[in-house]
Structure formats: structure tokens, C-alpha cells
Design a protein around this ligand. Structure first.
Ligand SMILES: Nc1nc2c(c(=O)[nH]1)N[C@H]1C(S)=C(S)[C@@H](COP(=O)(O)O)O[C@H]1N2
Ligand SMILES: [Mo]
Length: 319
């Protein structure tokens, strides 16, 4: 490429910052097509800017950690979302054109308020909060993420489960035309997860609809996903279309796929090793390859809020 000195450039060629950014994105996209290896952070830059709209009236939550959040690029380019591919760098690419609208949420089972709700109607009764949470993946990496969402407990209360409801189950959209990863049977689709009612009524879990004060990117589970900070990341089911109140423990995708490796409770427990690796320490994404790993805390450090939920339960057997 020919590089000209600024004095060679005529004023008519001077472009606005916006054009400059667009051109830069175009060149980066070209670099990928041309086979140049780009750091994952650079991939974040080709996500269209206009998708990144700010959420109104977000209040801060007292539950937030004071740990420094990971960068927007870390959070949006290193993802687990098998509906868009099994590689950590697949979702940012293959979820890019996903349209999380129109969207409905169907509520079924043992509750007073069941039915199919338009997403915006579903959200209306609830306040948006920012909660900066430590997140821990079962693969022994972690991040700190400034989520924006609504309290799951307030949603459950609003839906009025009956006395027969002991669990709440969630289901992800299962649409092979919009989610290329679903065409391969790597999991028994749709992706499913569940919590006990007591876990769901705890004040910590949220249904997240944003991060960094902006609308949730597709690769992080747009338009709405679960966040349960004392559990392994796989409990945080993305792109939810179904909520069901059940009497029996509901099937959960990872537990069904690998029952020896992933349990229903999935509580972060540094003393219980995954069959293929230790759970005692974790690598903070973005800390750099030379950074030392940190000790993993029981319940991901949220024990004072949640330990009582598991009294009398053997967490080695109920992992
Ligand atoms: N529908 C769906 N939800 C999912 C997954 C998935 O593959 N599909 N992966 C889970 C796993 S293993 C993790 S660690 C988190 C990752 O969330 P993040 O990409 O926003 O960090 O999403 C969870 N939710
Ligand atoms: Mo995970």
C-alpha cells in the first residue's frame, strides 16, 4: 500500500472520523479474508457500531464486586455459545447477523401467569440494574463482567409459581436457520438449564439484557440470558425463549451430555476437580500469558449470600 505524507493529501480527501472508522473496519475484514492472523480483540472492531445502543435508566447495584471488569473486547470475543459454533472465537463471527427480534418468551408449568409474551412486554414491570459480577467457567478461566439486567427473583415473584413448583427451567431458541451451530448435533437441542426455586429466589441471579451499559451483543446471549455468579458459566443459558416451573428436577444440557463431568448444581467448588482438570485455580481472561493463576473461591466468592442454600447437601456428590 502506498503511504502518502499529510501534505500530499488534498482537503477533499480528508474524511470524517466516522468514515475513517468504517474504512478501518473494512480493511480489517479484508485482512481476515486475506488470511492475516488477527488477535481476537481486532475481531470485536468489525461488529457494527450501530448495534451498540445504550440502555436507558440503569441503576447501580450494591451486589457488584469492586474487581476491575474485563474489557469489552475480552467479553465479546471469547465466548461459549454452541448454537454459533464450538470454538471460543466462533460466536463473535457467526452470531453477527443474528436478529434477536421479534422475540417472545413462553412461560409454562406451575405458575399463575403463564402464556407467551412479547419480549418488550415481558420486560416492562422490571427495573434495569448494572451488576458487576465475577464469572467462573468450568474450564478454569474467569472474567469480571458489568452486566445490565433484571432480578430473576422479581421475575419469579411476578409470575407467581404455585406451591407445586420446585424448580424453574429455561430453554434457548432452537432455530437452525438462524443459528448455524444447531445444524450439528453436538448437543441435544434446544440448550436447557434449570435452578431450584430457592436458588432462583436468591437476590443474586439476574436475567441480563446488556453489558457495559449497552444492549447485549448476540454472542453473549441476546436478547436475554441468565447470570448466576456463584455457579459455573454453563448455568448462564443464553437467548432464552422458554421458562417452565416444574415439580421434578429439569434436564440440563451439559448434565445430559456428560453426566460424570457436569452436575445439576454446578456450584463453583475448588475442592471438587473436574474429571479432566483441577478446579482449584483459575486464569483471568485478559490478564496476559505471564500472569499467575488465582485461587478459586468456594461459590466463586459469593458464599455469604448462597452457602445456606446447600446446607445438608453433599456438594461432592451433588456437583
Ligand atoms: N444457549 C447457550 N447458552 C450458553 C452456552 C451455550 O453453548 N449455549 N454456553 C454456556 C457456557 S459453558 C458459558 S461459560 C457461558 C459463556 O457466556 P459468555 O460467552 O457471555 O461469557 O454461556 C453459557 N450459556
Ligand atoms: Mo463454560
Amino acid at each position: 500500500m502506498l503511504i502518502r505524507k499529510p501534505s500530499d493529501i488534498r482537503p477533499s480527501e480528508i474524511t470524517s472520523r466516522e468514515n475513517y472508522l468504517n474504512r478501518r473496519q473494512f480493511m480489517q475484514a479484508g485482512a481476515i479474508a486475506g488470511g492475516t492472523l488477527l488477535a481476537p480483540a481486532a475481531l470485536g472492531a468489525i461488529v457494527p457500531e450501530e448495534r451498540r445502543s445504550r440502555l436507558p435508566d440503569v441503576r447501580e447495584s450494591a451486589f457488584s464486586t469492586d474487581a476491575t471488569p474485563n474489557s469489552y473486547d475480552d467479553i465479546t470475543t471469547y465466548n461459549n455459545f454452541y448454537e454459533f459454533g464450538t470454538g471460543k472465537d466462533d460466536p463473535v463471527v457467526y452470531a453477527r447477523d443474528f436478529e434477536p427480534r421479534p422475540w417472545t418468551i413462553t412461560v409454562e408449568g406451575h405458575a399463575e401467569k403463564t402464556g407467551t409474551f412479547d419480549f418488550d412486554d415481558f420486560m416492562r414491570p422490571f427495573d434495569l440494574e448494572e451488576r458487576i459480577y465475577r464469572m467462573r467457567c468450568v474450564e478454569a478461566w474467569s472474567m469480571v463482567i458489568p452486566w445490565v439486567g433484571i432480578s430473576l427473583a422479581s421475575v419469579v415473584k411476578h409470575l407467581q409459581p404455585t406451591s407445586r413448583a420446585k424448580y424453574v427451567a429455561f430453554e434457548t431458541l432452537n432455530d437452525p436457520t438462524r443459528m448455524p451451530g444447531v445444524r450439528r448435533r453436538v448437543l441435544d437441542w434446544p440448550y436447557r438449564e434449570g435452578l431450584t426455586i430457592a436458588e432462583a429466589m436468591n437476590p443474586l441471579p439476574i436475567l441480563a439484557v446488556g453489558l457495559y451499559g449497552e444492549v447485549l451483543p448476540n454472542q453473549n446471549g441476546a436478547p436475554i440470558r441468565l447470570v448466576v455468579p456463584w455457579k459455573y458459566g454453563f448455568k448462564g443459558i443464553k437467548s432464552i425463549v422458554g421458562i417452565r416451573f416444574t415439580e421434578k428436577q429439569p434436564p440440563c444440557s451439559w448434565n445430559e451430555a456428560q453426566p460424570r463431568e457436569y452436575g445439576f448444581y454446578a456450584n463453583v467448588n475448588p475442592k471438587v476437580a473436574h474429571p479432566r482438570w483441577s478446579q482449584a485455580r483459575e486464569r483471568r481472561i485478559g490478564a496476559g500469558v505471564f500472569a499467575s493463576k488465582q485461587e478459586t473461591l468456594m461459590f466463586n466468592g459469593y458464599g455469604e449470600h448462597v452457602a445456606h442454600l446447600y446446607e445438608g447437601l453433599d456438594l461432592r456428590r451433588n456437583f
